[in-house]
Unconditional design. Structure first.
Length: 142
């Protein structure tokens, strides 16, 4: 397995079945991270991630853990789905509608609607995506 591309420390909130819920900690190291411009964790003080693992029962609330993506290619795929594709949808719709003669307001609202539709489709496909983009969890050693 390749080394993880993005790693963040966090605290276990709870476990349910084979899922561990982890609250991510924002650290000053985010400013030096190569992915800071596209990683949503560095922008929020309180981000919760669901991590599927067969060892979920071994994690306890309050425990310090490290969450990472399994492969570097998953980082690129996540960034593409979350940021690049909706930007592309927005720009294509906006430029196309303006070129077709739509008013600026109507074109802007339609483009925003297209992005909302895109995120709606992602939401409907969340179970499939969850199987493809896997987080791993390890206990933090001091």
């Amino acid at each position: 397995m390749e080394s993880a591309g993005i790693r963040h420390c966090g605290e276990v909130i709870r476990t349910e079945g084979s899922t561990v819920y982890v609250r991510m900690k924002v650290e000053s190291a985010c400013s030096a991270c190569h992915a800071r411009g596209v990683c949503g964790v560095g922008e929020s003080a309180d981000k919760v991630v669901e991590v599927e693992t067969p060892d979920a029962a071994s994690y306890r609330a309050g425990e310090e853990v490290v969450v990472s993506l399994q492969r570097k290619s998953m980082v690129a795929e996540s960034v593409l789905l979350a940021y690049a594709a909706p930007f592309f949808v927005l720009m294509v719709l906006l430029v196309s509608l303006l070129a077709a003669g739509a008013g600026e307001g109507a074109a802007a609202l339609s483009a925003i609607g297209g992005v909302l539709l895109y995120y709606g489709v992602l939401y409907l496909l969340r179970d499939k995506l969850r199987k493809e983009i896997k987080f791993t969890i390890t206990k933090q050693t001091k």
